[in-house]
Design a protein around this ligand. Structure first.
Ligand code: V47
Ligand code: SF4
Length: 393
């Protein structure tokens, strides 16, 4: 619980930083539960030390969640890496003209992946891939309903707004009609991908040909209006400026005010291997941690902030727990290639429940397994280390 003492303490700590005085107003807003402005956000990015943003972000994180740190048991299905688009940062996709160099799973192959988890305690399947012109809305509705028939308890989170925009246009359906079809088939929530950077000038340079900011936001709004929850990402650390990051977060914050449908914000660090932006250096760990902290401070109406460990690496994801992050995603089971192909340290991303629990406990936080909608599945903070060997695999 946050006490008056803790609030006095916060101001005292902020004032102890060399630059502390100019951040007094922001600290007071945070204590009062008031929203910071775009200018405040920019000031934090540009002028605050890492220690200062960490202090503010951690205060907010503990006010919202205490020490609870969520993870889930999940796996991904990437139906194809063939894609009609050509984002410059993408190391994963192969153009349709070179589809023989990529993969394209059949319905049976995808259902075999789902069936390989029979009897295993996973709660979520995350479906995401390239935009393949032959994998259309009917194909994916069929796939989703087959998953639901086979395993009704598995939460299906699938398809970025980029994939959906293409599917709906091809099917000549409005966003609302297309989304309703997928929901009826069994789709339950949307992942946050495809957002990249909303600013049109930057978007034109890194992913010119796919859905723009307005389209991305409209698709998420439509999902929210149908009662579905979604996530939001931001690809940072390439050619964008701090103002572009604030603009991106501002558009998400505004939509969240309207719909309250977002669960989690996920800043995604640009990785520069094997893509057309390999000349752009990657951000430093200091910059990554600052990104998480400012996101936690600025995105006041987003309940959760996720450090996606397959992209960031497990040690930096652990570190991020001191910079506002309260979720590190899941077990993954080596089922995604997006980040390993872009040069992530995690070449075969997979963590057992025990490893995730220990990683969180080492950071002196409380590990809680969640489902996709943040319902508690198991609270591991209540279990002694000895019991792990018996209860977890
Ligand atoms: O939109 C692609 C990113 C995203 C690179 O909602 C890259 O829970 C860095 O959105 N460097 C797709 N990032 C993945 C995604 C996601 C992942 C995990 C969890 C959730 C969730 C969503 O991957 C793309 C793009 O922004 N990406 N290439 C790269 N070289
Ligand atoms: Fe295609 Fe997505 Fe890669 Fe862009 S990021 S090229 S839309 S797979």
């Amino acid at each position: 619980m946050i006490t008056a003492n803790k609030e006095d303490e916060l101001i005292e700590v902020i004032n102890s930083f060399e630059e502390g005085k100019q951040f007094n107003t922001i600290a007071k807003k945070i204590i009062a539960g008031e929203r910071i402005t775009d200018e405040d956000g920019l000031l934090l990015f540009e002028k605050a030390s890492l220690g200062l943003v960490a202090t503010l972000a951690n205060y907010i994180r503990e006010k919202k969640h205490g020490d609870i740190t969520y993870f889930n048991r999940n796996f991904h299905i990437e139906p194809t890496n063939v894609c009609v688009f050509s984002c410059k940062f993408c190391s994963y996709s192969r153009l349709y003209a070179h589809r023989d160099k990529g993969w394209q799973l059949s319905m049976d192959q995808m259902m075999d992946i789902v069936k390989s988890y029979d009897g295993k305690p996973v709660t979520e399947v995350h479906i995401v891939g390239g935009v393949h012109p032959k994998m259309d809305l009917n194909f994916f509705c069929d796939f989703i309903s087959q998953i639901k028939q086979h395993r009704p308890d598995l939460h299906i989170k699938g398809f970025t707004a980029v994939e959906l925009d293409y599917m709906f246009k091809k099917a000549k359906l409005s966003i609302e009609e297309g989304m309703q079809r997928l929901k009826d088939a069994g789709l339950q929530s949307l992942p946050g991908g495809g957002a990249e950077i909303f600013d049109e000038t930057i978007r034109q340079q890194i992913s010119a040909d796919k859905v723009n900011a307005e389209g991305w936001l409209k698709i998420h709004e439509a999902a929210h209006n149908l009662g579905m929850h979604t996530n939001a990402t931001m690809l940072y650390g390439h050619i964008e400026s701090y103002s572009h990051r604030i603009d991106h977060m501002s558009r998400l914050r505004n939509l969240q005010d309207k719909t309250h449908g977002f669960n989690t914000f996920i800043p995604l660090k640009f990785r520069n291997k094997n893509n057309d932006m390999s000349d752009v250096p990657e951000s430093s760990v200091t910059e990554d941690m600052k990104m998480y902290a400012v996101a936690r401070i600025y995105m006041d109406n987003f309940p959760h902030l996720k450090a996606y460990w397959p992209m960031l690496g497990r040690q930096n994801a652990q570190l991020a727990l001191s910079f506002g992050v309260n979720d590190i995603d899941g077990t993954i089971d080596d089922s995604t290639k997006i980040y390993s192909m872009a040069g992530s340290e995690e070449q075969t991303p997979s963590m057992t429940t025990q490893e995730l629990v220990m990683l969180i406990k080492q950071a002196k936080r409380k590990p809680v397994e969640r489902d996709t909608l943040y319902n508690v599945v198991v609270d591991y903070s209540l279990q002694e280390a000895k019991e792990f060997d018996v209860t977890m695999n």
